[in-house]
Design a protein around this ligand. Structure first.
Ligand code: ZN
Length: 258
């Protein structure tokens, strides 16, 4: 069965049918879902969903574009949630220079990324890293903080195969989602074929980034079949092999998942 390593079912776009959709996951072959918080409100909703559904686990953290809502008080609150039995990772955390281009904001992103990496180290939890238009700074920061001691995944990977190799060297996983099915995703297709299968995770980032043939519509974990099929095609292996390996990988990384 499929391990969905990155979803946002707390998003308001799931309000009309969240319960119906989540209740249908297991009959559609989705075994486990990691719901990922990106701001304080999202983290709270993530904990609620994890409490409601046995197969849903939570990642807690503040996204780089949401750090204006992060201070010492919130940080302490996050720390207190780490012992929750269904909190399995710190994330999503990282750097996003796509919208934020001012030096001061970038500096603040790096500061809170570092602090949340340290929280993961202290709590013995893996990290889920978001990095957009910040390839060099992200790699430098993760290497500088001894990323090899803090297991994690670079989610929705969008950089070069050479960059992916640097993360794999540190033991990191590479999260691959719907973008892999896009015709113009040449770099990502190359990456997915080149890195060891033992370092790939399946993810949607839903409601965003629907794969072909559902591109443009609201995404959900049910579309992971298209992602797994494309990875299998690129590597010349079977669909089952991709599903089984990525499930095993995810269970190795998110050790608290039962
Ligand atoms: Zn996300």
């Amino acid at each position: 069965m499929i391990f969905e390593s990155h979803a946002h079912y707390d998003d308001r776009r799931f309000n009309p049918d969240r319960e119906e959709l989540l209740s249908s996951m297991q009959e559609h072959g989705i075994e486990t879902v990691i719901n990922v918080g990106s701001d304080l409100d999202g983290v709270k909703k993530t904990l609620e969903l994890a409490g409601q559904y046995e197969f849903v686990y939570g990642a807690i953290g503040i996204h780089p574009s949401e750090i204006s809502g992060l201070d010492e008080e919130v940080y302490e609150w996050l720390r207190a949630q780490c012992s929750h039995p269904k909190v399995v990772a710190i994330g999503e955390i990282g750097l996003d220079y796509y919208w934020d281009k001012e030096d001061e904001v970038k500096r603040s992103q790096r500061y809170w990324f570092c602090r949340q990496m340290e929280l993961a180290r202290e709590q013995g939890l893996p990290v889920i890293i978001h990095s957009r238009d910040a390839a060099e700074d992200t790699l430098k920061l993760v290497q500088g903080i001894h990323g090899e001691e803090i297991p994690g995944v670079v989610h929705c990977f969008s950089y070069s195969p050479e960059q992916a190799e640097e993360y794999v060297k540190m033991g990191y996983y590479i999260g691959i989602g719907g973008v892999i099915t896009f015709k113009n995703a040449r770099k990502l297709k190359e990456t997915a074929a080149a890195i060891p299968l033992s370092h790939i995770l399946l993810e949607t980032d839903c409601p965003y980034l629907s794969p072909e043939p559902e591109r443009g519509k609201r995404n959900s974990s049910l579309n992971l079949v298209y992602v797994a099929e494309e990875i299998a095609r690129l590597r010349g292996i079977s669909y089952e092999e991709v599903v089984d390996a990525t499930r095993e990988n995810a269970r190795r990384l998110f050790r608290k998942v039962k």
